[in-house]
Write a new protein. Structure first.
Length: 706
């Protein structure tokens, strides 16, 4: 392809391009990492595109699924030398995209001709020039050039691109060329200039010329960029976390995988899409922790599931007390029939009794006395856990074996992994492992459980983690939530970090839940489920369990990490009905299945959070509409103070809704189907913790709407 790529020295052996393409977006770290989308989503790409002088420009956005044929979408001017176009991703895996732009010779000529003709000037020379442009186009085969000619293709490691567009047969090509020559003859003829100018302005000519541009001196972007396309579950889902051994009525008898299977219908009725199991592997006995993290275990204490490994096996084994691999396969199959994905905990650490401590001692750090070091996060000590030494000389074998752990469970139907503490392992390891696994199984999803520094969390997301834990747990006021969600949805972060808002975890019982009682649990559930397309709760949340081991701690008293915790799931006061209702609302309203359209609105009480989500207008949704309000905009107002009644006025964006300033309209609460008549921009709400903590509204633009 003639021309130069931006940033290259001109190749004077061929005509250099006059066009510049800069600042193509979105791109992460100059294209080092891909942006992310899920199947059916659109990717809008923009760039600064300009040239010297006043000629008109044209261009295309080019894209392809990895190693597939290139496709093109015409660029649209956005004003101020900005251009853009979008395409919809329809396959899991990696796409690449770039831009090509050129001087629109025909468009530039036609604009100049029209200006002169309208001014009454003689345009004889211009008409002859136009005839020459049209004649050259007639000799051009109507097809996009193969982007494989770009030198940038080699940067992506590709060996080829698409070929000619074969959608038009030769007869159509010939007919179009014949018609162009007829028009060129008119432009050269002795007919009156007004007639010839009219022929030049004929929309038919513009259509034919647009399909045969002169791209011989086109410019391309510096290099193709990438977008990683994931399953929809990577964007939207409701997670439920449990310990299999607690699925029992007897604290002396651990639950089994068969018991978990029997609970699946209840979990499905609550509306959860993902069942996340704490580690199900054999647990070591050496230095086993006792109840409430005691240094010594009493007889019968089951130990922490994160102390993985015993004589019964390691990371590819199931604790004998939970059942067998056949039981696990049954669980996965039954869950699938109910529309639930099983997510496994991926904890790359071992107990002192793990088989690898004997067969592969070089994979661990050792003390001066030759013993293996246990894990520490001073002043905390984890005597029941050995971390891997990722700097071992035998690192290649270690990496391969850890990768094989993932592949083992993938072979047993697992497609989602919640990764424990990924920030304590090398970045290069995760980038390699995720790419290797997804190269074989592109539908696998990795959730990063990294409660650490913001830049570390963002780096892990860039490296390939499909979802990320966040600081949602520690953002409790309306102002904190607004600021944090603005960062997640209105900055570059939105292109690569997908938040999963867990309202609680086995490790984190926030003071807000400890002190706020049932109202705190209600509002945190609703906020997690509506602010984020993916959210989760850890079992016990529905029972409002909120007792910490000690004041100032976020650890649960009688933590399930160290003991079996039977529960009465349907006891009075449980949040089951609210959870099921909220999850049903999420499934029936497309707006809540995305993060990118979140918008905050004005409110005159700082304790109230007032926001909305709108269904994206582009892309292709593969779900059938779940109801008449599938594409409705959803509004949420929440009281972030679980102790006190709060009231105030919220501002409704009337113009965006097509409502007049004095027009009455109905707001319907999806939580209880109550309806209220509002009018004008500002309207009153009251949220009393004794009654309710939030409304989830849709707005009926006519009072008569049903």
């Amino acid at each position: 392809m003639a021309g130069v790529r931006n940033g290259d020295e001109p190749n004077l052996a061929r005509k250099p391009s006059r066009v510049v393409i800069e600042r193509m977006q979105p791109q992460i770290d100059c294209g080092r990492f891909p942006v992310k989308r899920t199947i059916g989503e659109a990717l809008f790409v923009s760039a600064d595109v300009f040239a010297d002088g006043h000629d008109r420009l044209a261009g295309v956005l080019q894209y392809r699924h990895w190693h597939g044929e290139w496709r093109e979408v015409p660029l649209t001017s956005l004003g101020n030398d900005s251009w853009g176009a979008s395409f919809t991703v329809t396959q899991i895996g990696e796409y690449e995209y770039t831009m090509e732009a050129w001087i629109d010779q025909f468009g530039s000529w036609l604009a100049a001709l029209s200006a002169k003709a309208d001014a009454g000037q003689d345009v004889e020379n211009e008409l002859i020039e136009g005839a020459e442009i049209v004649e050259r186009a007639a000799a051009t085969v109507r097809q996009p050039p193969s982007p494989a000619k770009r030198a940038s293709a080699s940067l992506a490691g590709a060996s080829g691109g698409g070929g000619p567009d074969t959608t038009d047969d030769g007869s159509r090509q010939d007919e179009e060329a014949r018609r162009l020559l007829e028009i060129a003859a008119v432009l050269r003829s002795d007919l009156a200039q007004a007639v010839r100018v009219a022929a030049a302005r004929d929309p038919e000519l513009a259509r034919l010329m647009t399909s045969r541009p002169d791209r011989s001196a086109a410019a391309t972007a510096d290099r193709p960029l990438k977008v990683m396309v994931d399953p929809v579950r990577a964007r939207f889902g409701a997670w439920y976390e449990l310990f299999a051994r607690s699925c029992t009525n007897d604290p002396e008898r651990p639950g089994t995988l068969r018991d978990v299977e029997r609970r699946l219908s209840e979990i499905a009725d609550l509306g959860f899409d993902v069942l996340y199991l704490a580690p199900i592997h054999p647990i070591g006995s050496t230095n086993r922790k006792g109840r409430n993290n005691a240094l010594r275990a009493a007889a019968g204490d089951p130990g922490s599931p994160w102390a993985i490994g015993s004589d019964a096996g390691g990371h590819t084994a199931i604790d004998p007390g939970l059942g067998t691999l056949d039981d696990f396969d049954r669980l996965v199959a039954t869950a699938g029939h109910l529309g639930i994905d099983i997510a496994l905990d991926l904890a790359f650490q071992v107990s002192p009794d793990h088989p690898w401590t004997k067969s592969q001692p070089a994979w661990f750090q050792h003390r001066a006395d030759g013993s293996i070091k246990y894990a520490e996060n001073p002043p905390k000590k984890y005597q029941d856990i050995y971390p891997f030494d990722f700097e071992t000389d035998d690192w290649r074998a270690l990496w391969d074996n850890l990768r094989d752990v993932v592949l083992f469970w993938v072979a047993h139907g697992v497609r989602i992994f919640r990764v424990d503490n990924p920030h304590t392992k090398p970045f290069a390891f995760w980038e390699w492992l995720i790419a290797d696994v997804r190269g074989r199984h592109p539908d696998v999803i990795f959730l990063s459980e990294a409660f650490t520094r913001p830049k570390v969390m963002r780096r892990l997301a860039k490296l390939g983690f499909n979802q990320s834990y966040t600081y949602f747990t520690w953002r409790n006021t309306a102002e904190e939530l607004k600021e944090y969600l603005t960062e997640l949805t209105r900055t570059e972060t939105q292109e690569y970090l997908r938040p999963n808002f867990f309202a609680n975890t086995p490790d984190i019982l926030h003071e807000y839940l400890q002190r706020g009682g049932r109202p705190a649990f209600e509002v945190r559930l609703i906020l997690a489920a509506t602010l984020a397309a993916s959210y989760g709760i850890y079992s016990g949340f529905e029972l409002c369990e909120n007792v910490a081991v000690r004041p100032g701690s976020e650890e649960y008293l009688h933590s399930e990490k160290y003991e079996i915790r039977p529960r009465g799931w349907n006891q009075p006061g449980a949040l089951n009905e609210l959870i099921a209702r909220v999850n049903r609302i999420r499934r029936e309203h497309r707006a809540l299945q995305f993060d990118s359209t979140l918008a905050f609105h004005e409110v005159d009480n700082r304790a109230l959070l007032w926001f909305s989500k709108t269904p994206p207008s582009n892309g292709v949704d593969r779900f059938d509409p779940a109801g008449p309000d599938w594409n409705a905009r959803v509004f949420v107002v929440a009281n972030t103070d679980p102790h006190t009644m709060q009231h105030g006025r919220v501002r409704v964006p009337l113009q965006e809704l097509g409502l007049g300033p004095h027009q009455p309209y109905i707001v319907e609460d999806l939580l209880d189907e109550a309806r209220y008549t509002w009018q004008g921009e500002w309207n009153y709400v009251k949220l009393d913790p004794a009654e309710r903590m939030a409304h989830i509204f849709i707005i009926r633009t006519r009072v008569s709407d049903k």
